[in-house]
Design a protein around this ligand. Structure first.
Ligand SMILES: [Fe+2]
Ligand SMILES: [Fe+2]
Length: 181
């Protein structure tokens, strides 16, 4: 997907109703966090392979954010954007410090969550909004598959499973908060 595949909606996001408006606010917050994740990873990691991965994913996340910046006007955005950016950065930096495998396992967990987060919104979304959410979700699915493939064969060990569950739970708490504030 490229940002140019979408034109700015003619409607105001607020006109979509409380629920969908909250969805889009959480999506905008999530993409802000996603940009932070890869920036954090790139700030700490010297692993060439992980950096190539992060640079290419970061480019997509910046596109997603630019797109949602256009859709979600400032007044409808989360008031906690600096927190989402910071916590994303911290997560990415932690994952980057853990090395290549931890980086991929972390992104795999984040993207699995994001895919289900977008999936959950689809029944409420119509028309252009639905097309937007689907397009974002497709990109995240590619990110998830890329991370999973790079993590390599072999099941996640106990620590990795615990870590993935923590990442999932943290993301879901962040979404719940961003829907409200
Ligand atoms: Fe994204
Ligand atoms: Fe992504």
């Amino acid at each position: 997907m490229t940002s140019s595949d979408f034109v700015l909606p003619e409607f105001r996001v607020e006109s979509l109703g409380r629920r969908l408006c909250a969805d889009l606010r959480s999506d905008h917050a999530g993409e802000t966090g996603a940009v932070g994740i890869y920036k954090g990873m790139l700030a700490v990691s010297r692993d060439a392979e992980l950096r190539v991965f992060a640079v290419s994913h970061l480019a997509t996340e910046e596109q997603h954010l630019a797109l949602l910046d256009g859709w979600v006007p400032p007044a409808s955005r989360s008031r906690l954007l600096p927190l989402w950016s910071w916590s994303g950065w911290m997560l990415g930096a932690l994952a980057g410090l853990g090395g290549r495998r931890v980086g991929y396992v972390t992104i795999n967990a984040v993207e699995q969550f994001v895919i289900s987060h977008y999936e959950e919104q689809l029944p409420r979304a119509q028309g252009e909004v639905r097309r937007l959410i689907r397009a974002l979700q497709d990109d995240e699915a590619q990110h998830q598959e890329d991370a999973e493939r790079r993590a390599g064969e072999g099941r996640l060990n106990w620590v990795e499973r615990r870590w993935s569950a923590i990442v999932w739970r943290g993301s879901s708490m962040a979404v719940a908060l961003a829907r409200m504030v």
